[in-house]
Design a protein around this ligand. Sequence first.
Ligand SMILES: [Fe+2]
Length: 317
Amino acid sequence: MEAQKEHSILVIEDNPSVNKLLEIFLFAEGYSVYKAYNGKEGLELFYKYLPDLVLSDIHMPNISGIELCAEIKSREEFRLIPVILLTAAKDIEKNISGIEAGADDFITKPVNRVLLSARIKRLLQTKMMNEKLDNSWSMLYSLAKIIEARDSYTEKHTIRVARLAQSLGAELGLPGEKLDILAQGGVLHDIGKVGIRDNILCKPGPLTKEEFDIMKTHTQIGYEICRGLKSLKDVADIIYSHHEKYDGSGYPQGLAKDEIPLLAHIISITDVYDALTSDRSYRKKLSFEEAARIIINEKGKSFEPDMVDIFINKVIE
Ligand SMILES: [Fe+2]
């Protein structure tokens, strides 16, 4: 059958009559269908056509459905392609292995068509939504790279801040989802600099008061860029508050102590440390010892004292 419809589904099933039935049903539902009769052939067709969804039997000659699923999901570029495994009733052990392999759903054989149709629709909708989010993230990531390219002295700064912030977050015992937000916050924290003129952003030397007031607006600009994206709400808060200081002398709001969002404070300390240990247009990079001394000196001023201790003793030791 021709693969010309909006969504394509790869059916991998070694039983020819079940394979045929699935093909007829899915085609009638408006999908284009690729068919394979074993795991090896299934993987070949997967890489050839990159379908929108995979529907695979578990028990098959050579490569099993679970092995096939694990291979697909092990590749970052394919992780958003949903895999549904067809299982025998009460095959709980296989289901657990399937979950570990990254399967998105299970359908028990004999296949209930209404159920299969509903599950496929839901997974394809989720896939499209996730792809949109991925695109938004890619766009913002590119924007962050453009900003770095404008100022040769900040090359790779954001990636280093992201890594340091994740390490500090882990030492503070934060859960995985917060560490993910820190990684995004590290990359995007200065994205508002896209709205700062070159003669200020790239000025080789200290800024005047007026110029510094303009530079400060990068927190607000970055916040405005990201706050519209629901998935980046926490990241927007980091961007807005990453120049706040523990003693209340930072900007834009002059927040102090516990008023400063924890994740923003983590980005603040790692941002300053990486800036100190990198070359700038107006000075050479400082040694680890010199930078550590400056950070320690800011205990209770720019930074929360316990966080400074953990950062110095556990993260950059
Ligand atoms: Fe900044």
